[in-house]
Ligand binder design. Structure first.
Ligand SMILES: C[S@@+](CC[C@H](N)C(=O)[O-])C[C@H]1O[C@@H](n2cnc3c(N)ncnc32)[C@H](O)[C@@H]1O
Length: 205
């Protein structure tokens, strides 16, 4: 009998790797993809903006991250980081922010939802993450959050509301007219996609 493939959920909290990054050797703005998986979405952006932008890609699953590293190994404007994006966000991005480099866009595309109450703090956008990041991230940085999970979306909006993040824009179509791999699969199934952009302008801690 064929063995059933089981996809185990990665617990980001169990990966305690600490990584830091001094920044790129040019002043171009940075675009970030959190949880890129096999990287179809960010590849399109890299293709579109390679002359003008730098790219930071986070992926916690080592085999996927390894493939992304291989894919972009000849591009000095692309850095792939293997590990928990939440844990390493400040140590990777804050030095560029300090140098005045613009973090232009941060994509959080279809993150793992972590439904159980006790797991919610593992979500990338969680209360302590927002409190921490608001102390150093630029107000101009546009955060783009997309998900097919209604509950995750509603709870994330509620958190943004509690934190008094006011600059919230809902939108309907794929950024850069580019579906992510996960999005394409969900759209094919007829699922609804929930999308919001925001800036971290006024955090209430
Ligand atoms: C549902 S997939 C979506 C992948 C891709 N963004 C897309 O839309 O096709 C979520 C991805 O995020 C990665 N991931 C989850 N938590 C992460 C974390 N804390 N840091 C970095 N990557 C993470 C997972 O390994 C997985 O590849």
């Amino acid at each position: 009998m064929a063995k059933k493939r089981v996809r185990h959920h990665v617990n980001p909290m169990s990966d305690r790797t600490e990584i830091s990054f001094k920044g790129f050797d040019n002043d171009n703005p940075i675009i970030v993809d959190v949880g890129a998986a096999s990287g179809e979405f960010i590849s399109k952006l890299i293709e579109l903006k390679t002359e003008t932008h730098n790219f930071i890609i986070f992926e916690i699953r080592k085999p996927l991250a390894k493939k992304l590293e291989e894919k972009f190994k000849n591009k000095n404007n692309v850095k792939v980081f293997t590990g928990d994006a939440g844990r390493n966000f400040e140590s990777i991005l804050a030095s560029s922010v300090k140098k005045g480099i613009k973090i232009e866009e941060i994509f959080i595309n279809f993150p793992d939802p972590w439904f159980k109450d006790r797991h919610k703090k593992r979500r990338f956008i969680n209360e302590s993450f927002l409190d921490n990041v608001s102390a150093w991230i630029q107000v101009e940085t546009v955060w783009i959050f997309q998900t097919d999970q209604k509950e995750l979306f509603q709870e994330t909006l509620q958190l943004l509301d509690e934190k008094k993040i006011s600059n919230i824009r809902f939108f309907d179509t794929s950024p850069y007219n580019t579906q992510t791999k996960w999005e394409a699969a969900k759209v094919e199934l007829g699922d609804k996609i929930y999308r919001v952009k925001f800036n971290i302008d006024n955090i209430k801690i």
